[in-house]
Design a binder for this molecule. Structure first.
Ligand SMILES: [Zn+2]
Length: 249
């Protein structure tokens, strides 16, 4: 019996409950053959600023989808007043089946350069008129030995250190100096993007947001072999800190 964190219908029911209490519509992003995908956008969000947060583009990373709903449930009263677009789960089939890829065997996090995929196109349409202060992509890593993140290098001050510091009481920082074959320092991969590399591998959501729609683009990775409660607490702490930074004058 899979863990309840892989029950997409249950996840959507929790988002409906959050939306109801917050007085916000949970809108349909797009329907695939198998699932309806949803988003939640607050009225406090204007064309410039605010945060885009997505989870569940990889289905075997349930700490991310759980972290986002746990944050929303905890902050439901405040939620309508924060400038946010939330994407609860971009790959429901993957979540239900506990696999990275979607029902067509695609890694959605490698096709953001494309305009012919319904889910990716729906995200692009949703954010078309927005320039966010930050885009936050919630992920997990089964090789992770602690918490780490990717921050695309552009705007100062960087947020990576503050986000990790906020989550550190729940999960220690990944101490590896090379993560995912690339250099990391104190749990942070910070780099300028190399367009040639992404042309080769396909565009992740974070890179596309960096290029088109966000001053800051951060990918959070909790270690998926750790206890779910810890991972969720770490994701919640990161989200809280990112929002604090985004709305602080
Ligand atoms: Zn991932």
């Amino acid at each position: 019996m899979p863990h309840r964190a892989h029950d997409y219908r249950h996840l959507v029911a929790r988002w409906r409950a959050v939306a109801r209490v917050a007085g916000l519509p949970l809108r349909r992003l797009v329907s695939t053959e198998l699932h309806d995908l949803y988003y939640l956008r607050t009225k406090a969000l204007t064309a410039s600023g605010g945060i885009y947060i997505s989870a569940g583009i990889h289905g075997d990373e349930p700490g991310a989808t759980e972290g986002l709903i746990a944050w929303a449930e905890k902050n439901v009263r405040q939620l309508p007043h924060l400038p946010l677009v939330l994407l609860p789960c971009l790959n429901p089939w993957g979540l239900a089946n506990n696999v990275r890829l979607n029902e067509d065997g695609l890694d959605l996090n490698r096709i953001f350069h494309r305009d012919d995929h319904p889910v990716v196109s729906a995200v692009k349409q949703l954010v078309a008129r927005h320039q966010f202060a930050a885009a936050l992509m919630l992920h997990e890593d089964y090789d992770g030995q602690g918490l780490y993140l990717y921050e695309v290098e552009r705007v100062q001050p960087h947020w990576g250190e503050a986000l990790l510091a906020a989550a550190r009481p729940h999960i220690a920082i990944d101490a590896r100096t090379r993560i995912d074959r690339r250099k990391a320092t104190n749990g942070i991969h910070r780099r300028r993007i190399d367009p040639k590399r992404f042309a080769r591998m396909g565009y992740p959501e974070a890179i596309w947001f960096h290029l088109k729609h966000a001053a800051r683009s951060l990918t959070i990775e909790t270690p998926s072999e750790f206890a779910l409660e810890q991972r969720v607490a770490a994701q919640v702490a990161v989200i809280e800190e990112a929002i604090r930074l985004a709305i602080s004058p």
